[in-house]
Write a protein that binds this ligand. Sequence first.
Ligand code: SAH
Ligand code: DHB
Ligand code: MG
Length: 220
Amino acid sequence: MAQDQWTAVDRYIVETLLPPDEALEAALKSSEAAGLPAINVAPNQGRMLQILARSIGAAKILEIGTLGGYSTIWLARALPAGGRLVTLEYDPKHAEVARGNIARAGYADQVDIRVGRAIDSLPHLEREGPFDLVFIDADKPSNPDYFAWALKLARVGSLIVVDNVVRGGAVAEAGGSDPNVAGVRRMNAMIAAEPRVIATAVQTVGSKGYDGFAMALVVA
Ligand code: SAH
Ligand code: DHB
Ligand code: MG
């Protein structure tokens, strides 16, 4: 019942506030045709990412976890002329699908997909930073490492956004066996002890169920 209503309201929001977008719809279609899991951000969440990036004038964006490039395209839409986005993806097949989707959307020149384990790609980005916005959305057990890297690659004023930090409510239970939840909780402990950021997390419901985003603003 609840999920049906969340899905219906997401549909209403998308129909009402988001103009039809051929490139984004084609990205979802080709991702599905290629057998990629449908775990991309929802359209209204993608728009939120675009708004956040645009609000801070992000010209250099880092994404960890590309999948088919759906969230990538939303973030790329926020870039100014000459802006750049680097996105990290482990699975070469996902990267290939994303490359096609990103090119079709018109961002081939601005988006750089680095294939490999994010933890191996991140050290090479030190020369390319600082990044104005980092979106963390890959393997959740690595969230503490990704957050540490995001901070290292940031500047004062940078925004770090993390997807899937509520996990159907499981995040509130300490000592569980889910390594995804453990990753989120360890990241939150790091954030709480980090004087350089102010941070929060917000629960969301919608077509993707019950989950949430964390965000941390680098202030010092
Ligand atoms: N941000 C995408 C969804 C990403 S799903 C969107 O909203 O459209 C998570 C992605 O992270 C998957 O494509 C998965 O292959 C990738 N991933 C998993 N482990 C990874 C790792 N160690 N390094 C880089 N990418 C990884
Ligand atoms: C999963 C991963 C995601 O990034 C997401 O947004 C939803 C689900 C998953 O691995 O199940
Ligand atoms: Mg996600």
